[in-house]
Design a protein around this ligand. Structure first.
Ligand SMILES: C[S@@+](CC[C@H](N)C(=O)[O-])C[C@H]1O[C@@H](n2cnc3c(N)ncnc32)[C@H](O)[C@@H]1O
Length: 226
């Protein structure tokens, strides 16, 4: 199935809103670390429901904000959720960004980068469109060290890049970024039931759920353009 078909279906069944609710638990902490100043241009790579840009406009008075997504129905839903003239949502592909060189100040991406079939090409595209000093905040929940996320690949026909922390850093550097920061942000908000309630529909053991959310949560890698 193509990115378009898969994620159009997610948008049609309301999964974009579900992701927004769950991802917000850790996304808000990562977004708060972004050095976005008033008037600066921000790209959201794989924007989904578009929530991150709405938050950056409200809290940081960001300038032109563009959310890019390969699913027209995600883009349509995101557009319906804002009347802010400085926010736009466009259909596009991670590997061929429709922006001029040095035209973006910061890029945000949550739970999307690992869908890039050629991740280095995507990183080089980001390196091209970001201005010197610009940042790429790349947040993922699916990564090698977080063992209990690996099975997600079985539920989707699109290949997902299962990188470890070091692979993220190496790829960022290979594409021409400095790595300014790498960290895991635990999800402390999701409710973890007491031991006697396991197994649940989703989790075999309480330990597995704790490992997924509290120990690992979201891996954030921050690249800076020299
Ligand atoms: C799991 S969703 C995450 C959405 C949002 N960032 C969030 O935090 O809820 C991943 C998004 O990336 C988009 N995507 C995946 N591969 C893509 C590609 N190659 N080009 C453009 N968008 C892509 C999908 O359409 C989907 O909306």
């Amino acid at each position: 199935m193509s990115v378009r078909d898969e994620f159009d279906q997610w948008a049609r069944t309301g999964k974009d809103r579900g992701m927004e609710e769950r991802h917000w638990h850790t996304a808000k902490h990562a977004l708060a670390r972004m050095p976005v100043e008033a008037g600066e241009a921000v790209l959201d790579l794989g924007t989904g429901s578009g929530y991150a840009l709405r938050a950056l406009r409200e809290t940081r008075n960001a300038g032109r904000c563009v959310g890019l997504d390969g699913s027209p129905e995600m883009v349509q839903n995101a557009r319906e959720d804002t009347d802010d003239d400085l926010i736009s949502y466009v259909c596009g592909d991670f590997h061929d960004l429709p922006f001029a060189d040095d035209s973006i100040d910061h890029c945000w991406s949550m739970e999307a980068f690992y869908y890039a079939q050629e991740p280095l090409k995507t990183l080089r595209e980001l390196r091209r469109v970001l201005r010197p000093g610009g940042t790429f905040f790349c947040a993922v929940n699916f990564f090698e060290e977080s063992k209990h996320t690996h099975e997600w690949q079985d539920r989707i026909s699109i290949d997902m890049q299962l990188w470890n922390r070091a692979q993220y850093r190496e790829a960022f550097r290979e594409a021409g970024f400095h790595v300014a920061e790498q960290d895991t942000i635990p999800d402390r908000e999701i409710e973890i039931p007491p031991a006697e309630e396991f197994p649940t529909d989703e989790w075999e053991t309480r330990e597995a759920m704790v490992d997924r959310y509290r120990t690992y949560g979201t891996l954030l890698t921050v690249g800076v353009v020299p």
